[in-house]
Design a protein around this ligand. Structure first.
Ligand SMILES: [Fe+2]
Length: 622
């Protein structure tokens, strides 16, 4: 008998292409392709993420036992055919979907091409896992619950937009679904586009905006969707274009593109849509609040029925709509569920993990032994790599007026960084393995002082340059959460929004949104020891057990490698950069910038040759 069973999970030709590697039921590596390709939400084939997963585990492609993708083109074939016959969408769209489905069917060939090998070298068994079964598996099968309701809600995948069931042990019994064309994800997408946010993944902007409005248009918006029995819902087809010939989408080798999904009937109902970049007025804010309220009505209607059907008070959530942290924060108040677990990569990236876990538990009938307690499953940088980078960039660092030093130990590092943050500095914090999922959770984060009223503006001015209505999130020590937030429910992956206690709001204005809430991350010592100790050091200085935590990037995917972190530091006005134990500080202009002020201990005398992108690619090739 082989000593190990390896399963590669893949999400491809869909938003947030990704790969995840499961060995003997344990998740050992997982990452989104966008981090390697440096293109947001990359939607082609995740060849770089696959290479990295294999390399990190020391596996060759030939050693893979199973490969699973979160798509099954044969699922709901009859329903697809009936829809085609009844609605006659454009031939171009049908051909496009067929091409996409054919790639999924020929995964062996596509994977071999992506890895630069011949298909014959792959001895693995290939599996198609239906999209929403993979979503359900990505949450329940790695959750801390032995038994729980499992719910997946998204735009569409394999001709469904929603699925739910009961998870127990290593099985998930499917109990219901909502099929095309009805979709809460599509509903939210259409309203997001109407509000002038056309890019893939812009829904979170509507979530940020709605705190400034009131749901005055909820009665109008209720015309868009009707609620039915047993948690079901139906879209009114006249307001959408996917029901009238289809919505063109592009999922190939780049940022996904989704064309307009709302129809002229919606414009008749609500008035002129907002153009991208146009000024936001109160009507837009109220519409955003109304869209969120409508989504929550439908979502809680569904959850209510699932709770009733399963009899469970525990819930695991996945699918793109599980990224709606605002709705997630209200689940206990609005439904019978009492414990909620949200997958960190709740969107389609998580389907790679779900497909692999589905094969391990349900296809191979092996026991469930893995619980996702942290999200540190991506690439990390060795000391040698960082030292090589430092040496290679030494002239540039000197010209930029940087001082580089090395902390003697973690205690000294945390003390220095906590002091800098307490003084108002903005710190790029790079340590450990990159996070799985779209949230920076203290490994690839930009950190700042939550006590400063001007910190949101400072962050936007210095680095992020994003819309002023979007809030910044707090990372709080788990044991202090209940003192500062109106819920003690753990939120390890920043998937839920809770109100900040009224008496605390004025103390941490930088992380309190306009509606008094915060999209928090609870930090434990076991999940992220260094980050936990940094926040502890900040608390010891200030009495405040939290930091502002925003993703380490500047209008790009979150940084993956140390050179990307350094580039981001150099081209923005960040005050300090931490790469593991090295601390980069800007020397005040009066000191002069003609030379690099470098601590001699920061770089060892003998250095390996610095890595270039080309040498990295060569290494990634298994
Ligand atoms: Fe999905």
């Amino acid at each position: 008998m082989k000593p190990h069973t390896s399963i590669l999970g893949i999400n491809a030709w869909h938003g947030d292409a990704s790969a995840a590697l499961v060995i003997d039921g344990q998740l050992v590596a997982a990452a989104e392709e966008e981090r390697f390709r440096r293109r947001k939400h990359y939607a082609g084939f995740p060849s770089e993420a696959v290479r990295w997963c294999l390399r990190s585990a020391g596996l060759s492609p030939a050693q893979l036992d199973h490969v699973a993708i979160n798509r099954d083109p044969s699922a709901r074939r009859t329903q697809k055919l009936m829809w085609l016959l009844g609605n006659r969408p454009s031939l171009g769209l049908v051909a496009d979907r067929l091409r996409n489905g054919n790639k999924v069917r020929s995964l062996r060939v596509e994977l071999a091409a992506g890895l630069g090998i011949s298909p014959g070298e792959l001895g693995a068994t290939f599996h198609n896992v239906e999209h929403h079964q993979a979503h359900l598996a990505s949450a329940f099968l790695v959750s801390p619950f032995e038994r729980a309701a499992a719910v997946s809600v998204d735009g569409f995948g394999d001709f469904s937009s929603c699925m739910w069931g009961l998870g127990e042990g290593n099985r998930i019994e499917t109990m219901g679904r909502v099929g095309f064309p009805h979709s809460l994800g599509l509903l939210y997408l259409a309203l997001t586009q109407y509000l002038g946010f056309p890019n893939y993944g812009d829904e979170y902007k509507v979530m940020g905006l709605c705190a400034y409005g009131r749901p005055r248009y909820l009665a109008d918006l209720r015309r868009l969707v009707s609620l039915g029995r047993k948690g079901s819902f139906e879209l009114a087809p006249e307001y959408f274009l996917h029901t009238q010939g289809g919505v063109p989408m592009a999922w190939d080798n780049g940022e996904p593109k989704v064309e307009r999904a709302f129809s002229p009937a919606l414009v008749e109902l609500l008035g002129e849509p907002r153009e991208k970049g146009a000024e936001l007025d109160q009507r837009h804010r109220d519409l955003a609040a109304s869209a969120q309220a409508l989504y929550e009505e439908c979502f809680f209607h569904l959850l209510e029925a699932v709770a009733k059907r399963t009899g469970e008070t525990r819930l695991t959530l996945a699918g793109g709509c599980a990224m709606n942290s605002l709705a997630n924060g209200r689940i206990e108040a609005a439904t019978p569920f009492r414990e909620v677990w949200v997958q960190p990569a709740a969107g389609d990236a998580g389907g790679a993990l779900g497909a692999a876990m589905h094969v391990w538990c349900e296809t191979l009938e092996r026991p469930r032994t893995f619980t996702m307690e942290h999200a540190s499953f991506g690439p990390k940088a060795s000391d040698a790599e960082i030292d090589a980078l430092l040496e290679f960039r030494r002239p540039e660092l000197g010209a930029s007026g940087c001082r580089v030093s090395r902390a003697n130990d973690e205690h000294e590092l945390c003390e220095r960084v906590a002091a800098a943050i307490a003084e108002g500095q903005v710190v790029g914090w790079f340590q450990g393995a990159m996070e799985w999922g779209p949230r920076a959770l203290g490994n690839r984060s930009i950190l700042a002082d939550p006590r400063r009223t001007d910190m949101q503006d400072v962050l936007n001015l210095k680095i992020k340059r994003r819309e002023s209505f979007r809030p910044f999130a707090p990372s709080v020590l788990a044991e202090r959460q209940a003192e500062w937030f109106e819920s003690a429910a753990p939120v390890p992956f920043m998937g839920r929004v809770f109100p900040v206690r009224a008496e605390k709001q004025s103390i941490v204005p930088a992380v309190v949104h306009a509606d008094g809430t915060g999209r928090l991350q609870t930090v434990t010592e076991s999940a992220n020891p260094r980050y936990y100790r940094l926040i502890r050091a900040f608390e010891a200085r200030t009495g405040v057990p939290m930091l502002v935590n925003t993703s380490f990037n500047e209008n790009e995917p979150i940084v993956c490698q140390p050179e990307e972190a350094l580039d981001c530091f150099l081209r923005t006005k960040m005050d300090m950069l931490v790469l593991e134990d090295r601390v980069f500080e800007r020397v005040p202009a009066t000191v002069g910038r003609s030379h690099l002020a470098m601590d001699p201990d920061a770089v060892p005398a003998a250095l390996p040759k610095p890595k270039t992108e080309e040498s990295r690619r060569a290494e990634r090739r298994p």
